[in-house]
Design a protein. Sequence first.
Length: 225
Amino acid sequence: MRRLIGGVVIGVAGLAVLVSLGIWQVQRLSWKEAILADITAQIASPAIPLPPTPDATTDRWRSVDLTGEFDGAPLPVLASRKGEGAGYRLISAFQTETGRRILIDRGFVREAAFTRLTPTEGRVQVAGNLHWPDEKDSYTPPADAGRGLWFARDLGPMAQQLGTEPVLIVARSVTPADPSVVPWPVDAATIPNDHLQYAVTWFGLALVWAGMTLLFIRRNWHAKA
């Protein structure tokens, strides 16, 4: 009898823990969906002029419009895009009409087209969003100085190399457009949201645990009888 009671206590306690973890993930799902909805709204908000001192917390995703000229060769960041294959993100220095010098993520260019790129000359209008990418970790190789190739959008070193502010605009459009460069705008869909999967996993484990507990009770009850 003590073994049966002990098994029931463990079974109920384990079930309570697993169900509570599933409920917690459901709550996290609602929290994450609210954050993603807010980010989507910020991305699509009416554009404003570039703030004097953009802040990585309050201005992230903010929509901006600016006019100016690209200056110098872009920095290629190794990338791969679904439906496009291997290629590069192009990060260029941009001289605004107000005299500021910032970074523009112009978009994606296929590897084969990169060697045929020609300098973009003249005034252009850029519509895009402020962004502070978090792509670099301990496994990210340093920039290959020999080939001029980068493996992440690392704003500090890029700004230093191109002589700009460490401010990045990810372009939604560049007018007039370079047909070989496909804009790759920021999108909340790229932000991971796996809480539903986690919730299903915890609730599934809870169901299995409940089944094992009932099986334990049944066997021990018959053994007692």
